[in-house]
Design a protein around this ligand. Structure first.
Ligand SMILES: *[C@@H]1O[C@H](CO)[C@@H](O)[C@H](O)[C@H]1NC(C)=O
Ligand SMILES: *[C@@H]1O[C@H](CO)[C@@H](O)[C@H](O)[C@H]1NC(C)=O
Length: 213
């Protein structure tokens, strides 16, 4: 089964034809997006792909956002982020805020869309504006961002990003149903709503039809 599935993917890629190898699991699709705060590919992906797709198909999606990017953790515990210290700080704030908003993925997406749009409050201004807009206590967020040792958010994000970064090596990394595949990531990066729509349409229980490439 797995081999056959793999071959089908390869065939479609070779034919430059469109097909989604993403499938629903119990009528749903899990999407895990690895982000970093200052990355324009991440910013554009959220604005042009993820938010519109969520607006269309959010009822069928389980969204997980992992603000870690290409962060390296040194033996002494310090972090080095792709776009420097501000990137690290903003990513840490994102992890804190997403944790406060866990269980409410629409609120999580809205929060990240706020951070990844001008004026890029956390990254550019070390501002809690999006945190406040999300209804999170600034006191709690401030404690969280300044006390990384008090929780496992960094460790969890680091762990969650190891495999996607090894396979996809791109930020944002886009993974469906915990199964990182570079070709599917690339399709999703270019046209997420098509990938999601075709996967949903392939499952009659969703009632989704009329997908466009
Ligand atoms: C931690 O290790 C990194 C890499 O070796 C180094 O650049 C950094 O200065 C160290 N930081 C501290 C606080 O020791
Ligand atoms: C991260 O992964 C390592 C190695 O698999 C594991 O030992 C550790 O418990 C994980 N940490 C968390 C917070 O899940």
């Amino acid at each position: 089964m797995a081999n056959q599935h793999y071959l089908i993917c390869i065939c479609f890629v070779l034919a430059f034809s469109y097909a989604s190898c993403v499938q629903t699991v119990n009528g749903r699709i899990k999407i895990t997006v690895g982000t970093t705060s200052a990355c324009f590919d991440t910013i554009n992906f959220f604005r042009d792909q993820l938010v519109p797709t969520y607006n269309l198909y959010g009822d069928f999606l389980d969204l997980e956002i992992v603000p870690w990017g290409r962060t390296v953790r040194h033996d002494n515990g310090t972090l080095t982020c792709q776009f420097g210290e501000n990137d690290c700080w903003a990513n840490r704030l994102h992890r804190c805020a997403l944790n406060f908003l866990r269980g409410n993925q629409k609120a999580q997406l809205d929060y990240m869309a706020c951070e990844l749009a001008p004026p890029y409050p956390a990254y550019r201004h070390a501002s809690f504006a999006c945190v406040q807009a999300a209804g999170i206590s600034i006191i709690q967020a401030d404690f969280c961002v300044n006390n990384p040792g008090s929780d496992t958010l960094d460790e969890d994000a680091r762990n969650a990003s190891i495999e996607p970064m090894a396979v996809i090596n791109f930020v944002p990394s886009i993974v469906f149903n915990d199964n990182p595949e570079w070709n599917i990531h690339l399709q999703a990066f270019r046209r997420l709503s098509s990938v999601v729509c075709f996967a949903l349409a392939d499952d009659p229980t969703t009632g989704v039809t009329g997908c466009q490439i």
